[in-house]
Design a protein around this ligand. Structure first.
Ligand code: NAD
Ligand code: ZN
Length: 229
């Protein structure tokens, strides 16, 4: 039996990483849709980097929660027949110990040079000079994440489609089901005959096709999931 789990920002909420809808503080006056775009970066790369460094500093202090840890257990249980697909860029699944993780939206700890195209990990939380510059050529670098309006990494998306269309169980955890193409995955799984399970304290568009709904936060929800799978 093949099991696929898709996670969204909700699974990291209990680790103190805000979802886009819940993010606040200093940044309340900007909507993520205004900052996480190629246009925003072009017009104000310093502002966009400030926002990313702020998000990095929150993530740097965050620990995986029982939801992330429960998914490591699920991976051990199902081995080769398990795949975790995440929309999160925070790396908390890997920090918890998950090995087979497909990152659909990139990783906040990775950067990409606009000039020489180098891609590498960069863990800075602050800098006197923004935007950050490339270690190799001094060009402007950007976070290696997928912004609104950008294409998803092809290989990750292909793997996600293949698994969604061939699994028997598809579990959606903490995603609003509105950010495409990730939001398509549970629908593909359903059409191909998989059982769809949703873990989310709130109703989403996925709820209407779900066979089982666990209306709980991820920590409690994953514990229940482990008891039924
Ligand atoms: P999302 O679309 O994945 O929606 C968040 C969902 O989580 C909502 O449906 C909400 O009801 C649910 N939720 C809230 N608390 C929860 C909990 N404790 N347990 C389970 N579910 C919970 O995420 P978004 O915030 O709308 O952002 C969209 C995209 O932005 C993501 O796909 C991602 O690429 C990016 N993002 C990533 C992170 C991260 O890496 N942690 C954080 C914010 C945004
Ligand atoms: Zn460079």
């Amino acid at each position: 039996m093949k099991v696929v789990v898709l996670t969204g920002a909700g699974i990291s909420a209990e680790s103190g990483v805000p979802t886009f809808r819940g993010s606040g503080g200093l940044w309340k006056s900007f909507r993520p849709e205004e900052l996480a775009t190629p246009e925003a970066f072009k017009s104000n790369p310093k502002l966009v980097w400030e926002w990313y460094l702020w998000r990095r500093s929150i993530i740097a202090n965050a620990e995986p929660n029982a939801g992330h840890v429960g998914l490591v257990e699920l991976e051990k249980r199902f081995g080769e027949n398990f795949l975790l697909i995440t929309q999160n860029v925070d790396g908390l699944h890997q920090k918890a110990g998950s090995k087979r993780v497909v990152e659909l939206h990139g990783n906040i700890w990775r950067v990409r040079c606009l000039a020489c195209k180098a891609v590498y990990y960069d863990y800075r939380l602050e800098s006197d000079e923004l935007p950050l510059k490339c270690d190799f050529c001094g060009g402007i670098i950007r976070p290696d994440v997928v912004w609104f309006g950008e294409a998803l990494p092809e290989e990750a998306l292909d793997t996600a489609y293949t698994w969604a269309s061939s699994c028997q169980i598809f579990v959606s955890i903490g995603t609003s089901g509105t950010v495409y193409p990730a939001a398509e995955l549970p629908h593909i799984a359903k059409i191909k005959g998989a059982k769809v399970i949703e873990i989310n304290p709130e109703k989403t568009p996925i709820s209407s096709i779900a066979d089982d709904i666990i209306r709980e936060p991820a920590t409690k929800g994953v514990e229940k999931l482990l008891s039924i799978l």
